[in-house]
Design a protein around this ligand. Structure first.
Ligand code: DGL
Length: 290
């Protein structure tokens, strides 16, 4: 493997638009970096899928980002990180791969009631990464896990605000608040798009943690440590790939974070996961290298 150039893009992927909550922090904090964002909307949501499928899709996406010349890959999806991060690092040795784990550590440092709530998908809570994070950082603090079925789907459907979202959020918040949680961790990258509603419904006494700013900071430190920071003032490029429809992604990216994504559609072939011996999942039209 030849070492990637510092001017190469950062690859970022998620099952859908959720990772844009991480993308916007990366772009804000690291303005000289180019990015290649991959949204696997053909398979969203990942959260209720079997771990084998999630690993399968994640590996194929990483292969695509590596092929496109990315110098680092951010798994901007708690679910894919929980299930596949270890596998991806083994599969792509020598590549800088950064995952997301629920921000239990800062929540434990912040709580005054000794109870923190974590909102995430079923697959995230089942993954080893989550268990290890809680084991390492929770100590005496009680961690209340709240599976948030359907919440990522609402964000994907472009309706992060309104009565339906409020009703769903209330049903997720009530058990955590009843248990005494005064700090709530957003353990899915889709959820920062409903953070205002969560704060409003949880009340001013509750701190809600969006991990995206910390992830962008950590990425900046890693790039520096590996001498991979993009040279300043060379111009940046941000490209977006989706396994769904480009027009839908562009509409939703504009709605959520106000950008003109001008995305490219890259359908899968074949479109269902197979056994490990079978034909690997490939993109019908792989992206051009940067
Ligand atoms: N955005 C993803 C996460 O952070 C997952 C949502 C989903 O596809 O279920 O967990």
């Amino acid at each position: 493997m030849t070492a990637p150039a510092a001017a190469a893009p950062i690859g970022i992927f998620d099952s859908g638009v959720g990772g844009l909550s991480v993308w916007r922090q990366i772009v804000r904090q690291l303005p000289d970096e180019s990015t290649l964002y991959f949204a696997d909307r053909a398979h969203v949501p990942y959260g209720s899928r079997h771990s084998r499928e999630i690993r399968f899709y994640s590996e194929a996406i990483c292969a695509c980002l590596v092929e496109a010349g990315c110098k680092a890959i951010v798994v901007a999806c708690n679910t894919a990180s929980a299930v596949a991060l270890h596998h991806l690092r083994e599969r792509f040795p020598g590549h800088l791969i950064l995952g997301l784990e629920p921000a239990v550590k800062p929540a434990v440092a912040l709580t005054r009631s000794g109870v923190v709530g974590v909102m995430a998908t079923p697959a995230t809570f089942q993954g080893q990464l989550y268990r290890a994070t809680v084991g390492r950082h929770a100590g005496e603090v009680t961690v209340v896990e709240q599976v948030c079925l359907g919440l990522a789907d609402l964000v994907e459907a472009g309706i992060p605000e309104g009565a339906d979202t409020d009703a769903l959020l209330r049903s997720f918040l009530e058990p955590m608040l009843a248990a005494g949680a005064d700090t709530i961790v957003l353990g899915c990258t889709h959820y920062p798009f409903v953070i205002d509603a969560i704060r409003r419904l949880a009340g001013p006494e509750v701190t809600v943690i969006d991990p995206a700013p910390a992830v962008a900071r950590h990425l900046g430190c890693l790039l520096k440590r590996h001498d991979l920071e993009a040279p300043a003032g060379r111009g940046v490029e941000h490209r977006f790939l989706t396994t769904g429809q480009a027009a839908c992604f562009d509409r939703d990216a504009s709605h959520l974070i106000g950008i003109d994504a001008a995305s490219q559609a890259v359908p899968w072939r074949p479109d269902t996961p197979r056994d490990s011996e079978a034909e690997p999942l490939r993109l019908q039209s792989p992206p051009q290298p940067f």
